[in-house]
Design a protein around this ligand. Structure first.
Ligand SMILES: [Zn+2]
Length: 304
């Protein structure tokens, strides 16, 4: 399961605090408090002991924290253009970029040139992949649950693998029930309206499938859609339930069985909503595909 770095809000010093805890867990000494810079990034100094034959020499690093996961953009060379001044001012040996995305190739070339010129003894980029690889290891669970509570609870982040993000909006108040799934006031449900025929031989008809907040929004929608019939019954599924991978799978299988075996008839719009729901839920239930797998999927669709 991938970590959603957006769980840490950008408008606070939490990313910096996370960086300090992460570095401490890696075994570094934290030598200075978090300092906010003019561009809203943060920095602090750490040190580690490097062993020689006769003594242990501390190696000091300047850690620059940039939290850009909401933009998905790599950190550019221009954003670290003052790195030399900061390295000199802090009297450190090395530079660490602690980023929630990655470093651009321009920035890597720039840091390499600083190293070649002797401005810095070494540099290291701790990017999202590096952080992720550590957060799943033993000893990092406390940090995980403190900064990424949804991840720690096994809650899947949203992954966009269609052309664009597919929301699941309440048909009444328009709130996106998928994005806000793990907030405390989320009561998102999928509602199916079924028209039962008195005649046992005639199959039921699913006349409408819609998404709503359970309670007031749903009641208003039921009144709207059930006004012409008293034989219509509603069934509810909580989105927080059907987003569980095994429940998601069972729901798809049940849908196939209903149509093929039980002869339940779907109105075209209702079936279209079911299809949309499967696609939208998959953004939280399936693992994110690699770029290569996405290309293969597209090829398969074309061949079909
Ligand atoms: Zn609503």
């Amino acid at each position: 399961m991938n970590i959603d770095f957006n769980e840490i809000p950008t408008e606070s010093d939490l990313w910096g605090q996370f960086a300090q805890d992460f570095m401490r867990n890696l075994g570094f000494n934290i030598d200075s408090p978090l300092l906010k810079l003019s561009d809203d990034s943060y920095e602090f100094c750490v040190s580690e002991q490097t062993s020689g034959k006769f003594n242990w020499v501390p190696f000091k690093w300047l850690v620059c924290c940039r939290h850009k996961s909401s933009t998905r953009l790599a950190v550019k060379e221009s954003e670290e253009s003052e790195a030399i001044e900061r390295i000199i001012r802090n009297k450190v040996d090395g530079f660490i970029g602690f980023y929630s995305t990655s470093a651009s190739s321009g920035l890597l070339l720039y840091l390499e040139s600083l190293k070649a010129k002797g401005n810095v003894k070494d540099y290291k980029i701790i990017d999202s992949k590096f952080i992720e690889s550590y957060l799943i290891t033993p000893g990092f669970d406390l940090i995980s649950s403190r900064y990424f509570p949804n991840y720690a609870l096994g809650r899947q982040a949203i992954h966009i693998y269609q052309e664009k993000y597919l929301p699941i909006c309440c048909e009444h108040c328009k709130k996106d029930l998928l994005e806000t799934l793990y907030t405390s006031d989320n009561q998102g449900v999928v509602v199916r309206l079924r028209l039962r025929n008195a005649d046992q031989q005639t199959p039921d008809i699913i006349t409408k499938v819609y998404f709503a907040c359970k309670g007031e929004c749903d009641e208003k929608l039921q009144t709207k859609y059930c006004q012409n019939t008293s034989q219509s019954t509603a069934s509810w599924s909580f989105i927080s339930d059907i987003v569980i991978p095994s429940a998601y799978l069972e729901r798809i299988v049940a849908l196939i069985n209903q149509i093929s075996r039980d002869g339940v008839v779907y109105e075209p719009d209702a079936l279209e909503t079911e299809e949309y729901l499967i696609r939208a839920l998959s953004q939280r239930t399936l693992r994110p595909p690699s770029a290569g797998e996405l290309i293969r999927t597209k090829r398969m669709l074309i061949n079909q």
